[in-house]
Design a protein around this ligand. Structure first.
Ligand SMILES: Nc1ncnc2c1ncn2[C@@H]1O[C@H](COP(=O)(O)OP(=O)(O)OP(=O)(O)O)[C@@H](O)[C@H]1O
Length: 236
């Protein structure tokens, strides 16, 4: 496997308040990589750093072998990173179909690109609700739409920030199943979530963040076996 994303010793701060402290992380191509950790340890700041929203002050970020820290968020997105943000942030006054096609692109010539039809195959509910406005959807439907919209950009890396937050258990199960299916297609995924047992089932590698640093990294078997890690770093 080769590295799709390489974050090397980044420091990121909001004004004088430093959040990330020499954080390093490597996501292999074709893998699902989870980032876990308690509230406020810097997980969202890590995403903001690699997406160019809050650029790191030190260290480097490479994506597909090219340095991306210092580039603008739109340039980084065009290089093939798609975010499913916390809170979904779909367009409330566009229809479901308009939300899906608004940013559709196949900039990198994916041989089997995501299209409206393929997204409808993944989430049949989005086909049924195609003419409804974003604000008329349930939380679960909004989450499906946010994932579908990200896929329509045909990214190399899909990032999900708390995608199952606030969803009913059955809808959460659907989202986990959808991510497992995307993993089987070979898509690389970086996922932040609180449900450690589900992350263990889904992801290949895990990084635990504490006070702005990665304090543990390993595979699912190792994370499953060491419950002291869960108690110490994950409040579960
Ligand atoms: N825009 C901002 N300005 C100043 N401080 C911020 C800003 N955003 C986050 N912080 C602070 O940075 C720290 C890390 O926050 P961050 O959102 O990255 O953590 P997190 O691990 O994603 O937590 P959560 O799970 O609650 O989203 C927190 O102390 C938070 O208060």
């Amino acid at each position: 496997m080769s590295a799709l994303l390489e974050i090397d010793a980044i420091d990121t701060a909001y004004g004088s308040s430093q959040v990330l402290r020499g954080l390093s992380l490597r996501v292999e191509e074709g893998s699902v990589h989870s980032i876990a950790g308690r509230n406020g340890v810097g997980k969202t700041t890590l995403l903001r750093s690699l997406l160019g929203l809050t650029p790191p002050r030190r260290g480097s970020v490479h994506f597909r072998g090219r340095r991306i820290d210092g580039r603008s968020p739109s340039e980084i997105a065009r290089m093939g990173i798609a975010l499913v943000p916390e809170g979904r942030q779909i367009f409330p006054n566009l229809t479901v179909t308009e939300n899906l096609v608004a940013f559709a692109a196949n900039r990198h010539g994916a041989p089997a690109p995501w299209t409206l039809e393929r997204v409808h195959g993944l989430f049949p509910r989005l086909a049924e609700r195609g003419a409804n406005l974003g604000h008329q959807l349930s939380g679960g439907e909004q989450q499906m739409l946010a994932i579908g919209r990200a896929l329509m950009t045909n990214p190399y890396l899909l990032i999900l920030d708390e995608a199952t937050e606030g969803l009913a258990p059955l809808i959460r199960r659907d989202i986990w199943q959808c991510l497992a299916m995307l993993h089987r297609t070979g898509l690389s995924i970086l996922v932040i979530d609180k449900y450690v047992a589900q992350l263990i089932r889904l992801a290949d590698r895990h990084s635990i963040v504490e006070r702005g640093q990665v304090v543990w990294e390993g595979d699912s078997q190792a994370l499953d076996a060491d419950r002291s890690l869960w108690r110490r770093y994950l409040s579960v």
